[in-house]
Design a protein around this ligand. Structure first.
Ligand code: SF4
Ligand code: SF4
Length: 374
């Protein structure tokens, strides 16, 4: 599958992809760390939203600015910025989410040295009409901040075109997820992870072509899902930067058939209405999409959502996976676990760092979990 190979190549070396892109296009590349970044407005401004995932290098320079107990995403992102590994970025956007991202924003503004830096101070509670009105205002401010930073006019027509593009991209990613949920042999979980990662960094027009081709390739080879006898698992947490985890799980007799991850469904769930004011429609997607733990919908929304997902997707268990020192996910975990325990759904927690435990250790944990489900 040529499209899959191209997407994997981007995901495996996103910095090289972005650097090459800068040679052939004048589109600004805009770094960000979070799925609350209003990407549709960046694309409407002619830019390429580029998700940052931390670093694979040892962290040394960032430690002069951040405590060692910040998550590795934040420390690794700053490390790459300070080392000059992100020189292809034209600027960065920081949505107001967890404390670590907010503090990183201040440090980044003072030290990273990119041409522009925009904070998007989104509301935390996403369940009131006043929050919606505030959200719309914040998005309008972001639109004018982008216009000033990039010296462009972000017209309503450009936003509408971008919304259409994003709806198309998200629809196709959703279709690919559905295909894998129904036929886990159609594409490996590690490959699907690469597809999602590439989707967060590529030129979105190029991405649409590749995703369409991949979706069509996969459709041709769908099989009867009952042939796959592995245990169906849902992953819940923040970002995963470890395709090896998916492979270890598969080798332990499990299939990740759905997720509740920032590097997963959180980046494509929620359609944006195309027949109303586009900024209000973008705000409404944020107001109705299932929240991450850095936002608030209700005291039980995420727990109810997880139990619903397990039932809807015919899953047998949940693996919680988040980065060490990630306070938002760590704070939500006990109550989510209780929701699953009360519903009789087996679950385990895997806290991850840039360096994973050995393959053997991982497989032992996963095999024990799969045996527990049996
Ligand atoms: S968990 Fe929430 S705040 Fe953290 S990166 Fe994901 S979407 Fe953003
Ligand atoms: S939500 Fe967690 S993993 Fe994401 S930036 Fe914040 S602390 Fe780090």
């Amino acid at each position: 599958m040529e499209a899959l190979d191209k997407l994997k190549a981007v995901a495996q070396n996103p910095y090289a992809y972005a650097s090459n892109l800068k040679q052939v296009t004048d589109k600004p590349v805009v770094g960000n760390f979070c799925s609350y970044t209003p990407e549709e407005l960046i694309v409407a401004a002619g830019g390429i939203p580029f998700r940052l995932f931390g670093t694979k290098e040892d962290i040394s320079m960032a430690d002069a600015h951040l405590q060692a107990y910040c998550c590795s995403l934040v420390r690794g992102g700053l490390e790459d910025a300070l080392k000059g590994n992100l020189s292809f970025l034209d600027g960065t956007v920081f949505p107001h989410t967890c404390d670590s991202i907010q503090r990183l924003s201040d440090i980044w503004r003072l030290n990273a040295g990119f041409p522009f830096h925009i904070d998007v101070v989104l509301p935390v509670k996403l369940n009131t009409e006043s929050a919606r009105i505030y959200m719309i205002d914040v998005l309008k401010t972001f639109r004018s901040d982008l216009e000033s930073a990039l010296h462009v006019s972000v017209t309503e027509e450009k936003i509408r075109q971008s919304v259409k593009l994003y709806n198309r991209l998200r629809e196709i990613l959703g279709e690919i997820y559905e295909m894998r949920c129904n036929d886990p042999d159609s594409i490996s979980a590690a490959d699907l992870y690469h597809v999602i990662k590439a989707s967060m960094v590529m030129d979105r027009d190029e991405l649409l072509e590749l995703l369409t081709a991949l979706r069509d390739d996969l459709k041709k080879n769908l099989k009867d899902s009952t042939l796959n006898k592995k245990k169906r698992i849902i992953l819940s947490g923040g970002i995963c930067n470890h395709p090896d985890i998916y492979t270890a799980l598969e080798e332990s007799g499990a299939e990740i058939i759905w997720d509740d991850l920032c590097t997963g469904t959180r980046c494509f769930e929620g359609e944006i209405a195309e027949t109303v004011d586009p900024i209000e429609a973008i705000a409404d997607r944020y107001m109705t999409r299932m929240v991450c733990p850095a936002k608030h919908l209700s005291a039980t929304a995420r727990g109810e959502n997880l139990v619903r997902l397990v039932k809807e997707r015919d899953a047998s268990g949940v693996i919680f996976m988040f980065l060490k020192f990630c306070d938002p996910h760590a704070f939500d975990y006990p109550y989510l676990k209780k929701f699953l325990d009360d519903a009789g759904i087996p679950n385990i927690l895997l806290e991850v760092e840039e360096q994973l435990p050995s393959d053997a250790q991982l497989k032992t944990r996963f095999e024990t979990f799969v045996d527990m489900i049996r």
